[in-house]
Design a protein around this ligand. Sequence first.
Ligand SMILES: Cc1cc2nc3c(=O)[nH]c(=O)nc-3n(C[C@H](O)[C@H](O)[C@H](O)COP(=O)(O)O)c2cc1C
Length: 215
Amino acid sequence: MQISEAMKARQSCRVFKDQAVAQETLENLLSLTCRAPSAINLQPWQFTVVRDEEVPRLGKKLTRAYAERGISCGPDNTQPLPEIYLERQKELNRVMGPAMEQAGVDRNFINTGSLTFYGAPAVVVATLDGAFPPERSLDLGFALGWLLLAAAELGLDTCPVGLVCSYGDIIKDFLNIDPNRRVVLTVAVGYADPDSPLNQVRTPRAPLDEVVRWY
Ligand SMILES: Cc1cc2nc3c(=O)[nH]c(=O)nc-3n(C[C@H](O)[C@H](O)[C@H](O)COP(=O)(O)O)c2cc1C
């Protein structure tokens, strides 16, 4: 698969089939991920791969924490968002809404689904060494972009799940991750259920003239 094909074809999967990912495939995926560039080649990332029945076990803990703390999906903005972003959020809701209705899930599905990684058979938890400032999450961003594209080539489907990072303490405790590390993002990995309306959603992108400036 051409890289440009993977860039165009990949999309977030929100209903996974009950089909395990072979260990060899996961190893291949992670070694491609780690080919990503990083500042001074420090590779400040660590990836913890949660597999099989450990995924729903972690999901249960996160669901319980969510019931107690109630922190849900949000962009973590530090100021009120300018109109343009609110409009893009509305646009996402416009394309997701009918699929959610067709699938018979309620409005809380993104929260509850994220907490349980949408039934994925594997989850990659990406953490940044606590020696670095949060800005170095940029290096992990590169690696995770690599992961999403490599997954597409390997025939895997993915969903980046950031919601659960609000529960980093629970994740680190469950997975015995160094408390000094920061959970930057998790990615659900597996095989999409092709029949689910939720997996038919194609999200739009802003036109180039909204996001590119030429001089
Ligand atoms: C940093 C980051 C965090 C995300 N967190 C979540 C999440 O918690 N739950 C979820 O369902 N999708 C999450 N997503 C997926 C986005 O909603 C999705 O990428 C976006 O709507 C574009 O759709 P596409 O991935 O299908 O192209 C996240 C994506 C990114 C990049």
